[in-house]
Design a binder for this molecule. Structure first.
Ligand code: NAD
Length: 326
């Protein structure tokens, strides 16, 4: 039998050693595409038994040419860069790692909230430019008693909630797929989307990017928010309509925003770049040295499980596994 081959479509990691170490246990060889273009990816993936992918787009056309692939394992939580329907059609299981960075992203959302509330980046820039005065940062409001609205109440916002409560924030959330018991257990009030927009001083976005959430934060949503409210997005860029956000900020419909994710990354030409009331971080919410090791190990373990006939822990299209055993 030829050794198992695991293709890697793209890697932002300084090293793939943690993944390589896991896969060496089943004698699998790791082969990284020299560049993340469809052609280069297919050159290493066409005959591979598995494909690991971070940000590269894995389209239906590409999936059709994967001759032996049994699993596409994403180094990450969202799988919106993989055509899951096409993978299902090709009987390839797609997996994600839902829990490697939930501490980091929830910390980042809170860090953005605190930075907005206390105007830290703005004040820092003022001081470095020679303005040591309070007038520049006026107004700042007390956090205790403010309302944080969480759009989506999955793994990450469930960690945001207790951290925000430690600062005295009242936490409400909108998630039509979460049970009332879960909200009660978390001590978070369930609200509908219009209520969330109307009552929140901070809105933090934590939904997945799916057709129903694309542009969910657009002109209509911003019109319903408080003019003193701030928007935080650590989820996915296209959930926020950036042009509408820029217009809403210009019109004073909300006070500011902090985004770790953008519709286009890097955000070349975005109308949000260069504003004093907008904080931007380069999609780094997920990152810590520790989370990266967890991510590689967990994604590679999914590959190892599938290639040795075990069930993966986090399949996005589990129906493929049922088809296989049927
Ligand atoms: N910036 C980063 O580095 C980074 C890192 C990890 C995750 N993320 C993103 O963060 C987001 C949240 O991750 P998570 O782990 O909490 O996800 P999760 O899968 O645990 O939860 C998602 C929640 O969103 C809810 N939801 C789905 N559609 C909704 C809608 N229309 N309205 C309201 N709620 C809806 C679901 O019911 C679910 O409870 C995802 O978009 C993920 O891709 C970003």
């Amino acid at each position: 039998m030829p050794p198992l081959l695991v293709a890697v479509a793209d890697s932002p990691f300084p090293t793939l050693d943690p993944a390589r170490e896991v896969l060496s246990r089943i004698g699998a060889e790791l082969r990284l595409a020299p560049e993340p273009t469809p052609e280069a990816i297919l050159r290493v993936a066409t005959d591979a038994d598995a494909l690991l992918v971070t940000y590269a787009k894995i389209t239906a056309e590409m999936i059709q040419t994967l001759a032996r692939c049994r699993i596409i394992s994403r180094f990450g939580i969202g799988v919106d860069n993989v055509d899951v329907a096409a993978a299902t059609g090709a009987r390839i299981v797609v997996t994600k790692v839902p829990d490697y960075c939930i501490d980091e992203v929830s910390d980042h959302a809170l860090a953005l909230l605190l930075s907005l509330a206390r105007k830290i980046p703005f004040a820092n820039a003022q001081v470095h430019a020679g303005r040591w005065e309070m007038a520049a940062v006026v107004p700042i409001h007390r956090l205790r008693g403010s309302v944080l609205g969480l759009a989506g109440f999955g793994r990450i916002p469930r960690l945001v909630a207790p951290k925000a409560k430690a600062f005295g924030l009242r936490v409400v959330a909108h998630d039509p797929y979460v049970s009332p018991e879960m909200f009660t257990r978390a001590g978070v009030e369930a609200v509908d989307f219009p209520q969330l927009l109307k009552m929140s001083d901070y809105v933090s976005v934590h939904t997945p990017l799916v057709p129903a959430t694309r542009g969910m934060f657009g002109a209509d949503a911003f019109r319903q928010m408080k003019p003193t409210a701030y928007l935080i997005n650590t989820a996915r860029g296209p959930i926020v309509d950036e042009l509408a956000l820029a217009r809403a900020l210009d019109a004073g419909q909300l006070a500011g925003a902090a985004l770790d994710v953008m519709a286009q990354e890097p955000p070349v030409g975005s109308p949000l770049v260069g504003r004093g009331n907008v904080i931007l971080t380069p999609h780094t919410s997920f990152y810590s040295e520790e989370s990266l090791v967890d991510l590689q190990v967990k994604a590679a373990e999914e590959v190892m499980r599938v290639l040795t006939g075990q069930a993966p822990r986090n399949p996005v299209n589990p129906e493929v596994l049922q088809q296989r055993t049927a």
